[in-house]
Design a binder for this molecule. Structure first.
Ligand code: HAM
Length: 446
């Protein structure tokens, strides 16, 4: 390498990794709104937050998600640490959540209703709605056997769709995979059925015939659809207890007025599920149409060395839900509500002091104090760009009069130069309406 190429190498732009998108300031308001809705939802249903690490021992995911799943076989970011131990970035939250609950004794004769929020990592081929670092919110409940908790989870999601104004674009698909013995029996029936057509299977499905035959039902290959359509249904192999659970769930959903579709092909890509599985899907995102998914996993705690306790939960892909919401239109709130213009050093110093007083008095209003100097024209341009409704002006004149000029930026109303107390009253009056709606709707960001 010559000296010049070495130097060039030191200054070339370094880009972010493929499939690991940055979330830019013009996007974060929508994230904030989502997160505020989510936290309020969790409070409304009395769920408690749990936080667990991004990195875990690889064997945790192998044992829970399953050795022969796409996630474990192809999609984990796995590496050896300095002690030659295999670690993986979490591809989902359920495994880490159950591990943490076992480790801290949260599952001994106790019920838990928990939630989490954070980044997950899967080395998938990136495309619209599919990323290598993406964000989920999730819920896990432990110690509940019946379908009542499942209905609660589905009702909370239906409520969230309403709050986000996307309920018309998202539908619920539901299925039951039965107990482990049902699944074993069903697996053998599927192998029997698909083996008859082995020459018609695509390469992936042929491989799955011996490794994970249920996943053949998930194949998106067009030529396979007819064969999949006529495959045996898991429902027909449910034992009487599984069937009673499923029927009870469907009854309760109907009584709660929740619409759903039965989808007997729904199998999910993770091995820990038993009985109820479901997906909330949309047609507005093309191939990546599942925005939220989950189900029951009664055997997982034991599988990870904990006490036997029923578990049930779901996770929602935040990026996908925000994409659906954006398609319906999402308006960013203004960056500032009040912009403070100041020209001249004395005015700048006074403006800094006055703006701190304003911030003490009106903690819910966004004040942007002009920094960096410049003349009035230049500062008004910035004020306009900030989206603020009101400008407060401090210049030489105001300093002489010990006053502040109050100006509406979005109406023709004349500006007034007033004592500071009166300026504060006018601000209070103007934002009174916003304050009341803020109390009624905590997510309204001024
Ligand atoms: P999952 O179906 O693998 O389930 O993921 C849940 C959701 O995360 C998906 O429906 C999708 O919205 C989003 N998602 C998954 N992969 C990606 C990706 N590469 N890019 C963007 N979004 C993605 C689970 O993770 C289970 N832990 C859910 C669960 C919780 N089951 C019981 N409790």
């Amino acid at each position: 390498m010559t000296e010049t190429t070495k130097n060039q190498d030191k200054t070339t732009k370094i880009l972010g990794l493929k499939g690991m998108p940055d979330i830019l300031p013009n996007e974060t308001p929508q994230w904030h709104q989502f997160e505020a809705h989510w936290r309020r939802l969790m409070q409304l249903y009395s769920y408690e937050e749990i936080r667990f690490p991004l990195l875990e021992e690889t064997k945790l995911f192998k044992r829970s998600i399953g050795e022969v799943t796409d996630i474990v076989e192809k999609e984990m970011f796995t590496f050896l640490d300095r002690n030659q131990e295999s670690l993986s970035l979490r591809p989902e939250g359920t495994a880490g959540c159950v591990r943490a609950c076992i480790e801290h004794g949260l599952l001994h004769n106790q019920e838990q209703r928990l939630w989490y929020m954070g980044s997950m990592f899967r080395a998938e081929r990136p495309q619209r709605g599919r990323y290598r670092q993406f964000n989920q919110v999730g819920v896990e409940a432990f110690g509940y056997q019946g379908p009542d908790i499942e209905v609660e989870h589905l009702l909370m999601m239906a409520r969230l769709w309403q709050w986000l104004d996307v309920e018309a674009h998202i539908t619920l698909q539901i299925n039951s995979l039965g107990s482990k013995s049902t699944r074993d029996l069903y697996r053998s029936k599927l192998v029997e059925y698909f083996s008859k057509y082995e020459q018609d299977l695509d390469e992936d499905s042929r491989r799955r015939l011996t490794t994970n035959p249920l996943r053949i039902l998930d194949s998106k290959v067009k030529e396979m659809q007819e064969l999949i359509h006529h495959a045996p249904k898991c429902y027909d192999f449910l034992d009487s207890a599984d069937k009673a659970h499923f029927e009870d769930l469907l009854d309760r959903l109907k009584s709660a007025g929740l619409d759903f579709e039965l989808n007997f092909r729904l199998v999910r890509g993770l091995d820990y599920y038993n009985r109820t599985v479901y997906e909330w899907v949309t047609e507005s995102l093309g191939a990546q149409g599942t925005v939220c998914a989950g189900g029951r996993y009664d055997g997982l705690s034991e599988q990870l060395g904990g006490v036997s306790t029923p578990g049930v939960g779901f996770a929602l892909g935040i990026e996908r839900v925000l994409m659906v919401q954006s398609q319906q239109g999402f308006l960013n709130p203004p960056k500032a509500n009040v912009y403070i213009i100041c020209v001249g050093k004395a005015a700048e110093i006074e403006a800094m002091r006055f703006t701190e007083t304003l911030r003490d008095t009106f903690p819910d209003i966004k004040f942007m104090l002009h920094c960096g100097g410049g003349n009035f024209k230049n500062q008004f341009k910035r004020a306009d760009k900030s989206g603020a409704d009101i400008a407060l002006i401090l210049g030489e004149n105001e300093m002489l009069q010990q006053a502040v000029t109050f100006k509406y930026l979005r109406t023709e109303a004349v500006q007034e130069t007033l004592p500071k107390e009166q300026v504060m009253l006018k601000i209070k009056e103007y934002f009174q309406h916003a304050f009341t709606s803020h109390i009624n709707n905590q997510e309204k960001v001024l």
